[in-house]
Design a binder for this molecule. Structure first.
Ligand code: EPU
Length: 414
């Protein structure tokens, strides 16, 4: 699939923001902790979530979708995650902690995901070993076995996925755990809150030190998946790139603070409850220096959006990517085809903003793909964005959403 984008249209209008991919994947992983029914509201209809559902179904979970609501229940018949699904998405790794906690074993093919850089799992596995779990690597498979025992463990880096797995392992562990230097991304906090609704005993929710009192059993619960802050940032970026005006509803402005702080000097941003109204009549004059870092600082997932915004601004921006080493270079090369002036040195891009023109570009990862669409919307002339399958992993229908705001995007089979 590819997008043919006639750029230069100003985007205006209102859109609701749907549920967050990375929250849905973490909560789906956590459903393995109980055989009871877990109901998830606001579940996005995106490819990564469908693949995670197929993975859990293939392992024995009974999952029924009714609109945006998912019902998940039942025991796992197999604790061996089939590679046909597990290798399709990084989120498949999020069954590790919950399977160990409930079934005391799991075999997981090394998970796939975006081509954004090395995605090691040493922190997940080191933390599990600290809980007394045996970990064995065999070719592309990791096998874990044992009953988790409460421990005091400091993550060497505040990894989102490792935090989620270690939390899930600790809630049914024998004894108490303290997890230090954990991630505090909103998706992690949502997981902590859902685990409490399932009967887990957790204190320090939302902070970087979590104390967990292991319990014998968890039960069913219902929980609403939080709005996708990266989808929200994508819509806002499109408005800025096209000098437009959008209102987003059903979002969490507080989850977008670092991103909004970067935009605020250049546009009018108003937040009202769960809505954000952004108006960007002028072309921004460069965004200064942006460094990606764990929450609450500037998110790596919004870096590709920012690179495109910087490329079509009228000033200088420096962007340093500290989390995923391949995230800058590919998009910088594609944006060059649109006339962008970006010099990449190691993990730093120095961008001199200018007007862009249409070109044929290729997405190689989800957020990078969205960034290329933003650049194409801002460009004069027609662009083709190939590799839309990467974009569909995390966006329900990006072209349709932008067309609702006045964009001119046609989807074509490649
Ligand atoms: N890291 C290690 N060892 C580990 C785990 C991580 O060195 O055991 C490193 C990674 O290589 C990376 C950094 O730690 O440099 C951050 O990785 P993290 O573990 O926090 O990321 P993740 O859990 O694999 C999630 C999201 C990503 C998002 C990152 C950072 C999910 C399914 N994925 O990945 O989302 O970029 O956190 O916020 O939750 C996306 O949505 O497009 C996406 C890639």
């Amino acid at each position: 699939m590819e997008y043919i984008i006639n750029g230069g249209k100003t985007l205006r209008g209102e859109l609701p923001v749907y549920g967050a991919k990375n929250c849905a994947l973490a909560l789906l992983g956590a459903t393995v902790l109980t055989d009871d029914e877990v109901i998830l509201f606001n579940c996005p209809n995106i490819v990564d979530v469908s693949n995670m559902i197929k993975l859990l179904q293939s392992m024995g979970k009974v999952i029924v979708r009714n609109g945006d609501t998912l019902s998940v229940k039942g025991e796992l018949g197999s604790v061996c995650a089939p590679s046909a699904y597990a290798t399709l998405l990084r989120g498949s790794a999020l069954v590790l902690g919950s399977s160990i906690a409930h079934y005391h074993r799991i075999a997981l093919p090394l998970p796939g995901g975006c081509a954004i850089g090395a995605r090691p799992m040493d922190i997940h596995l080191d933390g599990l070993q600290a809980m007394g779990i045996d970990v064995l690597y065999e070719s592309d498979m990791v096998s874990c076995a044992g009953i988790p025992v409460g421990t005091d463990y400091k993550l060497r880096f505040a990894s989102v996925g490792a935090t989620e797995n270690l939390l899930c392992a600790s809630v049914l562990a024998r004894g108490n755990s303290v997890l230090r230097n954990v991630a505090i991304e909103p998706e992690v906090v949502a997981l902590e809150q859902m685990l409490v609704r399932m009967g887990a005993r957790i204190s320090g929710i939302g902070t970087d030190t979590i104390s967990v009192e292991g319990v014998r059993k968890l039960h069913g619960a219902d929980f609403a998946i939080i709005p996708d802050r990266i989808v929200a940032a994508t819509y806002l970026s499109a408005a800025v790139a096209t000098r437009g005006e959008v209102t987003l509803t059903h979002c969490r402005p507080d989850h977008l603070r670092a991103f909004l702080d970067v935009l605020q000097p250049h546009c009018s941003v108003r937040c009202y409850g769960d809505a954000i109204r952004l108006s960007a009549p002028e072309i921004p004059c460069g965004y200064g220096e942006i460094v990606t870092a764990p929450y609450p600082l500037f998110p790596t997932d919004m870096q590709s959006l920012m690179l495109s915004l910087a490329a079509c601004s009228r000033g200088k921006t420096i962007i340093r990517e500290t989390l995923f080493e391949n995230r800058l270079a590919h998009n910088a090369a594609e944006l060059h085809k649109m006339g962008a002036d970006i010099v990449v040195s190691g993990n730093t891009a120095t961008v001199a903003g200018k007007s862009l023109h249409g070109a044929d570009v290729v997405a190689s990862d989800l957020r990078g793909g969205a960034g290329l669409v933003i650049a194409a919307l801002a460009s004069d002339g027609t662009s083709t964005v190939r590799g839309v399958e990467h974009i569909d992993r995390g966006y329900a229908d990006l072209a349709l959403d932008f067309n609702k705001l006045g964009a001119d995007i046609v989807c074509k089979e490649a």
